[in-house]
Design a protein around this ligand. Structure first.
Ligand code: SF4
Length: 431
């Protein structure tokens, strides 16, 4: 049996490698562990900018693959369908399975030919592996998927989650490091991060625009601190830092304490960065201890502040922000404060005010467009077919309602500090 684990060819400006390493390639690693006597090929065409033929060649030779598993995020849905159609033309017996955020946000898009199955919930690598195993036995899949059989679509039980000791680590062959560096330079980044899954799930569940609770659930689940540190003992070339793939790195304080203690013994110098809520970093001792064991950067969602004290989601306390900024500066930890442009109820003044507050505190803003994927859920399949989903990527999606011109939006996305340093409105606010 041969399984092709692929991302469809569909380049976007913001090719985030973390997801390809921690989700996509690690998912293939898990499938290999489940089918050790079979071939699992990865084709990260969506990252490499490859031609569709790089994937199609696995279906045109004498030993065609039995399964194509396609990773589809919302902006890749059309590319996934086109790839699936081409594969079915070449190899009608191949089963086409699809997973990813597009399946969570607008599952109905995939409930038609040429797809045979889509993953809806549970951990995707587990539900897909179980579904393939069931189909190989001539049985029906039982959890986490919707599948087609005898011209009907069948719904299974809720998807199960995978115990953290079975979470894969990245397949370093799946992403070409030279292509990784190329995209990193295109995006103006300076550091090559190697991302791997540390935790999944978010109990905060604070905003409908956030895909994490929807796709990973609302329970914080973690790889053991020991396995995490063991993996971090060796940082392979060309990577210069680990990126801890986790929605809320410090959510489990007991785990964090154990991580700090183990890392201090094993590899205190190995640098890493995290993504988290902002709140834990108001604790000076925690920041000090994490920086002592190599933490170099914290990314956290500010999303938006309100210029006039209106209630915005999520609610953010500026005094807490001050404390966090002071702690990070004191211990030499850089920051990435995520700001979204286009949130419900947000106005131009809120966006500019947010940037002003962040810059005054010495925090580095990381602005993106806010992509309202929930709107896609309400569209018909025909409407989805006619919508240019490639524009629903976070560095491209522009919402005129917020009162920024398209030029301003693009300037902020590409050079927030330069734009904001020269913004007359901000200078007036500062005066
Ligand atoms: S924004 Fe952060 S805290 Fe809120 S639901 Fe998403 S991952 Fe959880």
């Amino acid at each position: 049996m041969k399984i092709v684990w692929a991302s469809p060819p569909n380049l976007v400006y913001d090719q985030t490698p973390h997801y390809f390493q921690a989700l996509f390639s690690a998912g293939a690693v898990y499938l290999r562990s489940r089918f050790p006597d079979h071939e699992v090929v990865t084709e990260a065409a969506g990252f490499h900018g490859s031609f569709q033929r790089v994937i199609l060649r696995h279906f045109a030779c004498h030993s065609t693959a039995e399964y194509l598993v396609v990773w589809a995020r919302p902006w890749e849905a059309h590319a996934a369908r086109d790839l699936a159609s081409q594969v079915k033309q070449l190899s009608p017996s191949t089963k086409v399975l699809v997973w990813g955020e597009a399946c969570s946000y607008f599952p109905h898009y995939f409930e038609r030919q040429p797809f045979d199955l889509y993953a809806v919930n549970g951990d995707p690598e587990l539900v897909i592996a179980d579904a393939i195993e069931a189909m190989e036995r001539g049985e029906q899949p039982v959890h986490g998927v919707v599948f087609s059989q005898d011209g009907k679509w069948h719904y299974t039980e809720k998807g199960e989650v995978l115990a953290p000791e079975f979470w894969g680590f990245p397949d370093l062959e799946a992403i070409d490091p030279s292509v990784y560096q190329y995209w990193r330079m295109q995006r103006g980044q300076k550091v090559d991060d190697l991302s791997f899954a540390v935790s999944r799930g978010c109990p905060i569940n604070c905003a409908r625009w956030c895909p994490t609770p929807r796709k990973e659930g609302t329970v914080d689940r973690r790889r053991s601190a020991r396995d995490t540190v063991e993996y971090m003992k060796r940082l392979p070339e060309p990577y210069t830092m680990f990126q801890m793939h986790s929605p809320l790195f410090c959510m489990d304080r007991e785990w964090v304490r154990e991580f700090i203690s183990l890392k201090a013994q094993a590899c205190p110098e190995t640098p890493f960065k995290v993504v988290d809520l902002m709140n834990p970093y108001a604790d000076e001792r925690l920041v000090a201890e994490l920086s002592e064991v190599g933490m170099k950067n914290v990314g956290f969602g500010v999303e938006t502040l309100s210029a006039k004290g209106r209630h915005m989601i999520p609610k953010m306390e500026p005094s807490l922000l001050e404390k966090v900024a002071a702690n990070l500066q004191k211990y030499g930890v850089s920051s990435k404060a995520y700001v979204q442009m286009g949130l419900p109820g947000q106005k131009r003044e809120d966006i500019l005010y947010t940037f002003k507050v962040l810059m005054d505190l010495g925090l580095k803003p990381r602005p993106t467009g806010s992509t309202p994927f929930w709107k896609l859920a309400k569209m018909t399949v025909e409407e989805l077919d006619q919508t240019d989903l490639t524009k629903w990527d976070r560095k491209t999606y522009y919402e005129p309602r917020i009162g920024l011109s398209y030029r301003e939006f693009m300037a902020i996305v590409h050079d927030p500090v330069g734009f904001l340093a020269n913004s007359e409105e901000l200078l007036q606010w500062a005066a």
